[in-house]
Structures are given as C-alpha cells and as structure tokens.
Design a protein around this ligand. Structure first.
Ligand code: PLP
Length: 369
C-alpha cells in the first residue's frame, strides 16, 4: 500500500477498520440498532456543539449536499450561492436541478468571502430563502469563516446551508454559535472513516422550512423528511449500512478522545505552509487557508502529473492534483484527521523535496517540515 496523503479519503485507523468487521445483527429489525444509530448521531452532534438532530445517510458526501438542497428547495425559490470555489459554485447546480433560482455571489477563488462586502450586497438584496456556502472548498483549500458568514446571513433572515465535509474536525465548527441550519459532513475526510456515509445536521428552522413546503420533495433517497420519527416508529426508510456505521462510531469516539485535534491541525497546517513558502514554492490562495489541506501552485517547467507520478512511484506517497478550473494548476497535500501528524508531514515534505529536485525544479531552500 501507499501512504494516502490526499485531502480525503484519508487513511483509516486500525480500530476503525476493526470496528467494521464486527459481526452484526439485522439493522431493520433489531431494535437495539435504533438506539445505536441515534446515539451515534447524538455523539456527532455533540462534537459539533449542538443538540440539533443529525442523520447518517447511506451514501458519500455528495448525497448529503443533494439531500439538503432537495429537501429545502421549492420551484422558484431564490437561493444565494456563495461562490469562491468549485464546490461553492457546484451548489448552484443542485439548486437549479430542484427548481430553485440560484443567484451567484462570486468572489475571486484565491480569496475568502469577507463579511463587509457581503453585508453591502445583502443590504441591496436579501430576498433569499436560503444561502449555500462551503467551509473548506477542497479543490483550492479555501477556508471560509462560517462563524462570521452564517450569523450575518441569519441577520437577514436567510437559512444557512453549509458544506463542511472537508472542514469539520480540522477547523472549528460550532453549529449553534454559528447558527448553521443545515450542516453537511462526510465520513472520509477529517472523520477518517472509509468513504460511504454522509451526515446532515438540521436546525428547527430547517425542519420547519421542510415541513412548510407546499409541494412534495421530489426524491426518495435525497428526502430528509423520510427519516421523520424513525426512532419512535423503529423504521428506517431503507436498510442502514450497519458495518459502516460501526466504523463511523469508532472514528467519532477517536475524535472525542482527542482533545488536541484542532490544535494539532492548526500547528501542522501552519508549519506546512511555512515550509512551502520558505522553499520558494507558492501557496495557491492569498488568504483563507484551511487547516486540513495545503495547496500550492505547480512550479514552472514541470506538470502536476509528473510530481504526482514520482511521489507515488518512488516514494510510495499519493498526493492529489485538482479538478475543474483547478485541473493541472495545483498540488494538494491532505493533512486531515488520522493523516495529520508530524511524522507524516516530515516524510511527505522530504519526499516532495526529492521529487522536485529530481524533476529539475530549483528551490530556494530545501523543503523541510
Ligand atoms: C469531499 C467533499 C465532498 C464529497 O464529495 P466527494 O465526491 O467525496 O469529493 C463534498 N464537499 C466537499 C467540500 C468535499 O471536500
């Protein structure tokens, strides 16, 4: 195996892998499993500092985003789509797909979304049912300050839908303090469980908006309302992937038992950025640096695929390029969740130094963590 230092999926701890191999009962008929599912959801909510209900859906992160949009959008709804990255913009596609009218608020992809210009914009136009925003826009490593942006949107009575799939547990998320109405998470980023589950956390206002719809949610799998009263009725809308949920539970317990998790991410990310800059390479963004992924521009004279190939073939480390408008432009180093350690980053930067040297890139200083 190679060392997978991509910005998700991450490597998975042994106790999480083992939890997935435990013999299981029938998740449809074993009433104990309804308690286990609910307790796992409650643990997740508590780690995000809220008592808002969370649901674990069977499907990877994208299902959470689609379910959020499908469940809240009605035909003709105006939706503010905060766009400073590939995922930010992508929300607009889901909004259109479910009959909404996305209004893009676009900011340079190298800069975080700032509150004051947004406030000026909202002073002129705030007639939106909800707004979408991305905490960490992974293809560019752009971090938006949801603790300021969401309360601002709420001042204007706008429901907030946040994708923090690759932000949560590497950067702080406080659902209550930030007034996040719908929060989307995924198992395979800083949670460091395998790919396959998404989690959606709903405020009362979000539930109310779904309850008050005039039209039915035009989906089954992406309909969050079908989970209503699952616990009281002991009825899931479909058979739950019980082994995946055992793994997720262990991964969440690992987070609970790791009080320094955010501190470690902050230190490792800062050291990584400093090492990149010292070496003469360039960080992609001008501000808004995520603590889960570091993104630098591919230096002149080489290609992203050359760098990725040598890292993988000669050093046994997988880094990531990017996609969409970022394709070929940048290299991404994931240091989230289980991957976020001093030892891993020492190894990665040492290998990256050797790789760039071999490819003929002249660095100002050796890359060293
Ligand atoms: C990973 C990720 C998702 C989930 O989608 P993938 O298909 O796993 O890439 C959603 N949003 C963000 C910001 C992500 O980083």
């Amino acid at each position: 195996m190679y060392k997978m230092m991509t910005p998700g999926p991450t490597m998975v701890a042994e106790n999480v892998r083992n939890a997935r191999s435990i013999e299981v009962g029938n998740p449809d008929f074993d009433t104990d499993f309804f308690d286990y599912y609910k307790e796992t959801c409650e643990l997740y909510s508590s780690l995000l500092h809220t008592e808002n209900e969370s649901l674990i859906l069977s499907g990877e992160g994208i299902l959470g985003l689609e379910a959020a949009i499908a469940s809240i959008t009605e035909t003709g709804d105006r939706v503010l789509v905060l766009n400073n990255g590939v995922f930010g913009k992508g929300f607009g596609d889901f909004v259109s797909m479910y009959g909404g009218e996305p209004v893009l608020y676009t900011v340079d992809y190298k800069r975080e979304i700032e509150t004051e210009p947004l406030r000026e914009y909202l002073d002129k136009d705030s007639d939106f049912k909800y707004a979408t925003l991305v905490h960490c826009d992974t293809p560019s490593g752009m971090l938006n300050d949801i603790s300021k942006l969401c309360p601002l949107l709420k001042e204007y009575g706008i429901i907030t839908v946040v994708d923090s799939v690759s932000g949560m547990f590497g950067n702080a998320v406080d659902v209550d303090e930030s007034q996040i109405d719908i929060l989307c998470g995924g198992s395979q980023k800083a949670i460091s469980a395998p790919i396959g589950l998404t989690l959606v956390t709903l405020s009362d206002a979000a539930k109310q908006a779904m309850e008050n719809r005039k039209t039915k949610i035009p989906s089954f799998y992406a309909n969050l309302m079908i989970f209503k009263d699952y616990y009281e009725n002991k009825w899931f809308p479909y058979s739950m992937p019980i082994s995946d949920i055992y793994g997720l539970r262990q991964a969440l317990e690992n987070i609970k038992n790791d009080p320094d998790m955010l501190g470690r991410h902050a230190r490792i990310a800062k050291k990584t950025r400093e090492a990149i800059v010292r070496s003469g390479l360039h960080l992609y963004a001008e501000n808004g640096y995520s603590d889960t992924v570091t993104v630098f521009t591919v230096p002149g004279g080489v290609t992203a695929s050359d760098i990725l190939r040598v890292m993988r073939e000669e050093h046994g480390i997988m880094l990531a390029g990017s996609f969409d408008v970022m394709a070929g432009e940048v290299i991404r180093i994931g240091h989230m969740g289980y991957n976020c350690s001093q030892e891993n980053m020492e190894e990665v930067l040492c290998a990256l130094d050797a790789t760039l040297t071999k490819l003929g890139v002249a660095l100002k200083q050796p890359l060293k963590f």
